[in-house]
Write a protein that binds this ligand. Sequence first.
Ligand code: ES4
Ligand code: ZN
Length: 326
Amino acid sequence: QDLIAYAAALPKAELHLHIEGSLEPEMLFKLAQRNKVDIPFKSLEEIRAAYEFSNLQDFLDIYYQGMSVLLTEEDFFDLTMAYLNRARADNVRHVEIFFDPQGHTERGVSFDTAISGILTALSMAKAQFGMTAKLIMCFLRHLPEEDAFETLKQAENWLDRIDGVGLDSSEVGHPPSKFEGVFKMARERGLKLVAHAGEEGPPDYVYEALDLLTIDRLDHGNRSLEDDALVARLAKEEMTLTVCPLSNLKLCVVDDMREHPLKRMLDLNLRATVNSDDPSYFGGYMNDNFKAVIEALPLTREDVKTLARNSFLGSFLSEGEKRAQL
Ligand code: ES4
Ligand code: ZN
């Protein structure tokens, strides 16, 4: 109880957050009405009932459907502002936000519309409450690499306001190797590189993300623990893992929170962090994720402190900015 309050009060950074996954049912309804978009739900209860998933793909189907209400720059602004205010309430001081441009361009919503709304909210949060932010655009791995190249091209005019690229969506069958070329181009543009790997996919996918994509940070990484040599390497390279406990439970990556690998990761000296992934769909924001792992795992006060500290160490803030936060 005491430890939960301690975790809640600590300053933290969020490093794994899909902004489209912060679309709360209330906002979904509001935007559906505002934009006159038909959604297959009549009530908040019906929406919540649909949020039962047995794997990643189950979730992704609902997640892409939810996005259909995001049409205008104002929609992306409202969505992002709501998340930033909510994160602030959990003492999140710095955020590194993912967005999925292809989830919008494939519906006829332009790259510029989406990113403009998001960036306006990020500037406003900086001005209003001093929250700092980085923006990471993700490539949808179930689509061809050619489409990712096209997305990078659409980002060309915005590269001074985009900090990195990531890789998300359906993992199994879409290994990191499929995106080696576009990650190389992103690296040449000076962008940071991250990728989802080892969420549902095997340790081999984590090796590919390290060796072929040359990632700066690993999203999820849970299944790395199946390979001792990989664990040793991740520890030695001080690779940050953006772990998402409630997401892992909701998507059945773990059957029970008491079996969550977070404590083992820390004991193996991995630089693990706690994040909310898609908070509207998975049942909670930053502090809800801390509460869930503190209740289920034998985490110590030192562990909790390490997790918060890791969130800044693993961020893409400058060394000076990190020092100011630690
Ligand atoms: C995602 Cl949890 C997760 N995994 C892969 N892709 C995603 N997109 C949004 N959330
Ligand atoms: Zn994710």
